[in-house]
Every structure is written in structure tokens, then in C-alpha cells.
Design a protein around this ligand. Structure first.
Ligand code: TRP
Ligand code: ZN
Length: 474
């Protein structure tokens, strides 16, 4: 799959390329959303992460061939990105941070490239015409970076006691492969990871094969056929106890657990099939072709993440977290936000799933949880009313309590307004309408209004979704 053999000469030509690009591509596409003839824009105009993603093309597939050495922390890789030009392009950009780039080809021919911050600008030897499908291959190596988010959390490439863990929300995936790293551009993936024998490499989708790679190494071939946003891509390298099974519906389940976590996580993981069935009853058909979990050690990451098919848990998950990450497979992974402003569509629904689970299990009803939060939530969550869920204050706040809790309260206000039957129709209809796609807050409010034309949601949108301060209850 790698076309690396054809791009050897690029290294010698490099310094000339860099100068040529700087001269003729200076300033192309800085900021704006449209891809110009000279180069695709450096971002897609995300209000919170303006440099994330790129203009001028749409990726359909990533073919990643990676080799990792846990002792040295070194990753060697090639990324073959298949994309369609959405504008005439004499140059375009990929997001990529750290690592050394050894060469870039476009359609098999060496291409000039330049790096500037997170932007890898590629100038193909032949310009690309709007509508053209092309393949860009990037060869790279180095020690991938751990990225610190605006909120202080760590993502990107995390080294662990026995390997590594790649997490990408919101912008960490650009630390381990070049791409169009914005949730609005989803693609299918083939990920091959070679690791020392005895270690396992886990990723999204299904394990197609595993083969001896020679030199005491093993290659794991993973395939994700359904569209995936790059922030949901993962690779976990380490010692894992793997359990493969199938649900009653015949869905393959692949669960990889760090040996030190097997005992502590057994009881909760045994309930995954039950949680999946419950989620399908509530949210509609499961959107992907396999499921599972990756359980690493408690310190390996600071949070759980809804990586597609197979959420990552740092240490044995508790049941609410298992429910939360499972719900994300519908809300976030299948129906993906159009921009990071729409984060509450992920976290509000995943949090509301926890409330529903508790209610269905005979615990607090969602109404009780809502009322408790409304009356006393701020005592526990001081920032609860700091900003409306659909308008986080800044990138540092996209995972704050108003996005999760007040987001879930918006969902509950809809349920209060329409009643249970219409509510579950709305939830399932929304998941079905945008299955494997992207959606924003405006699409959501429009969907709800259309689904319940006799109800009045104006106050919910103006006060709960977009309004500052603690809303009044009717
Ligand atoms: N999405 C994760 C969850 O709730 C939490 C998370 C991790 C997150 N990193 C983030 C949320 C970055 C927003 C931004 O399961
Ligand atoms: Zn979440």
C-alpha cells in the first residue's frame, strides 16, 4: 500500500522545494474557509479550533502503516490519504504536528512540501482539478507528541508503561498521522500496526488479520469501514488480555484489557451486551459493524474516550461510564458534530443516557436528576450556569459542565415538553437522520421542531441552549 519506493528523490530536492513554496504560496488560504486555486485553506473555519482541518478537499480513506518501538518511543509510518479535490488546487494542506517527514508523493509523484506549525503544505507536481480524486502518501518517523489541550488535558500520543495509547479529542490525532483533522471530514480507515512480538496493537473497526512481520515483530491489520472522524481514531499498544465474542445479534465484540485491570473490570465489562441492547432499544440500531472496549491502566489517560467501536477506559470503567461511552457511538461517533461548537450534541446526549439508564434500572428518574441539578447542581458544579451549552466560552471550555450537564438538561426539557413517546421517536429519528454523517445545533433544533410541530420550543432554545445564566422554569 505504501508508495514510498517511488518517492526517494524528494529528499534531495527538499531545500529547493521549501524555498519555492514559500515564494509562491505565501499567505495562501490563511484562515478563510474556501480553497483557492493556489492552495486549500489552513482551516475549515471552526469557531473554537480555527486551524483544524483544511479547505479544498474531502478525504474518503486513510491507509496508515505504522511500526512502533515502545522502548525508544519511536513511530515509523506511512499515511496514504485518498481525497477528492473540492476546488482547483496547486497546493493543499494536511494537519500534522511533530515527527519528521521523509517524503510526500501525490498520485505516485514526488511532491514539494513545507511545514509551518500544524500545517503540512503539499504542492503536487501537477495541479489537481476540482472533482479529481487523488492519493497523497506521506512517509514519516519520530517520537510522536503528547498534545496538551486548551483545557489542560493530555491527548495525542501517550506513552504507557507497556506501550502507547493514541487519543484524539479534539485535535490529538494530528500527532500520529497527517490528515484533515476536523470532525466534519469523516473517512474509512485501514490501520496496520507492527509491534514487538508479545504485544498487541488494538485499533478501531475489525481485526482483519495478524501476521508475523519478521525480526520478532507482529503486524495487526485493522479496518474501519464506516465513516469515522479522526478524533475517534485510536491505537493502543501494550500487553492486553483479549476477549472476542459476538452479541445475540451476531455483532463481533473485541475487548482488550490490560492484564492488571482484568479482575477489576470483569463485572462491568460482562454487562456490555446488556448495555448495547438497552442502547439499541432507546436510540435505534447500533451504527457500526463491531463493538468492544480498550481498558488500559488508570494513569494512562486522564479520561475515558468514545473511540469508534471500541471506547478507551483508563482503568476499569464504572457502569455509568460504560453507558456514557456506549451512547456516544450513536451521539458523536455516528452523528458527529459539524464543529466543536456542537459538542453538547455529543456530551448532552451521552450524559442524558446515564440518566436514562439510572431511571430504567430503578434508580433516580431523569426528572429527579434534572430537578436536583436545577436546584442544587451549582453547589457541586460551580460552573454549571457559566455559559449556555451551544456557546462554550472558548476552546478551553468545550468539555466543561455546562456542555455535559446543561446539555443533558436541554434534552430533558424536550422530553418534558413532548412526552415520552414523541421523545423517543425524536431521539431515534435524529440518530437515523444523520447516521454516519455530521450535524450542527441548528439542524437539531429544526429536526425537533419538525418532529413535534404543535409544541413550542422557543423558550428552550433561547434560554436553555443559547441563553446566558440560569434559565427560569415555566
Ligand atoms: N468525550 C470524552 C467523554 O466524555 C471526554 C473528553 C476527553 C473530551 N477529551 C475531550 C471532551 C476533549 C471534549 C474535549 O467521554
Ligand atoms: Zn462524553
Amino acid at each position: 500500500m505504501s508508495s514510498s519506493a517511488r518517492c526517494v528523490p524528494v529528499v534531495a530536492a527538499l531545500s529547493a522545494c521549501v524555498l519555492a513554496l514559500a515564494a509562491c504560496d505565501g499567505g495562501a488560504g490563511s484562515g478563510g474557509g474556501s480553497g483557492g486555486a493556489s492552495g486549500g485553506a489552513s482551516g475549515v473555519g471552526d469557531p473554537y479550533f480555527p486551524e483544524a482541518g483544511n479547505g479544498g478537499y474531502d478525504v474518503s480513506h486513510y491507509g496508515l502503516t505504522l511500526s512502533y518501538d515502545p522502548d525508544g518511543g519511536r513511530l515509523t509510518g506511512s499515511a496514504v490519504v485518498t481525497a477528492r479535490a473540492t476546488a482547483d488546487l496547486s497546493a493543499f494542506r494536511l494537519d500534522f504536528v511533530g515527527m519528521e517527514v521523509a517524503g510526500v508523493t501525490v498520485e505516485g509523484s514526488a511532491a514539494e512540501f513545507r511545514r509551518d506549525g500544524q500545517e503540512l503544505t503539499v504542492r503536487p507536481s501537477d495541479s489537481l482539478a476540482e472533482g479529481e480524486t487523488f492519493e497523497v502518501a506521506v512517509r514519516y518517523s519520530g517520537s510522536p507528541r503528547t498534545v496538551t489541550d486548551p483545557d489542560g488535558s493530555k491527548e495525542g500520543w501517550l506513552r504507557t508503561g507497556d506501550g502507547a495509547l493514541a487519543l484524539g479529542e479534539p485535535v490529538g490525532s494530528m500527532a500520529w498521522f497527517p490528515g484533515n483533522h476536523h470532525p466534519s471530514d469523516k473517512a474509512s480507515y485501514d490501520v496496520a500496526v507492527t509491534v514487538p512480538e508479545g504485544l498487541t496493537a488494538v485499533s478501531n473497526g475489525e481485526l482483519r488479520s495478524r501476521k508475523a512481520a519478521g525480526g520478532g515483530r507482529t503486524t495487526f491489520f485493522w479496518r474501519t469501514a464506516e465513516p469515522m472522524a479522526s478524533y475517534l481514531a485510536t491505537v493502543a499498544v501494550g500487553e492486553f488480555t483479549v476477549t472476542g465474542s459476538t452479541t445475540r445479534d451476531g455483532l463481533p465484540v473485541y475487548v482488550a484489557v490490560d492484564p492488571t485491570q482484568v479482575v477489576a473490570s470483569r463485572a462491568v465489562l460482562a454487562r456490555l451486551p446488556e448495555v448495547m441492547e438497552w442502547a439499541q432499544d432507546n436510540f435505534g440500531p447500533y451504527p457500526f459493524s463491531s463493538a468492544g472496549a480498550i481498558v488500559d491502566r488508570p494513569g494512562d489517560a486522564g479520561y475515558a474516550l468514545e473511540t469508534q467501536n471500541r471506547p478507551v477506559y483508563p482503568g476499569a470503567p464504572d457502569l455509568p461510564t460504560l453507558v456514557h461511552e456506549t451512547a456516544h457511538q450513536w451521539f458523536g461517533d455516528s452523528v458527529t458534530p459539524k464543529s466543536w461548537r456542537d459538542m453538547w450534541l455529543n456530551e448532552g446526549f451521552a450524559t442524558y443516557a446515564e440518566w436514562l439508564w439510572a431511571e430504567d434500572e430503578g434508580g433516580a428518574t431523569a426528572e429527579q436528576t434534572f430537578t436536583g441539578l436545577y436546584e442544587h447542581g451549582v453547589e457541586e458544579y460551580a460552573d454549571l450556569w457559566d455559559f449556555p451549552p451551544a456557546k462554550p466560552t472558548s476552546a478551553a471550555h468545550v468539555s466543561d459542565k455546562p456542555v455535559y450537564l446543561r446539555g443533558a438538561m436541554v434534552v430533558h426539557r424536550i422530553r418534558q415538553t413532548v412526552g415520552d413517546d414523541a421523545f423517543y421517536d425524536i431521539v431515534q429519528g435524529w440518530a437515523a437522520a444523520h447516521r454516519h454523517g455530521n450535524a450542527d445545533t441548528e439542524a437539531f433544533t429544526a429536526y425537533v421542531e419538525e418532529a413535534a410541530p404543535d409544541a413550542d420550543f422557543d423558550g428552550i432554545w433561547s434560554d436553555w441552549l443559547y441563553g446566558e445564566g440560569k434559565p427560569e422554569l415555566p
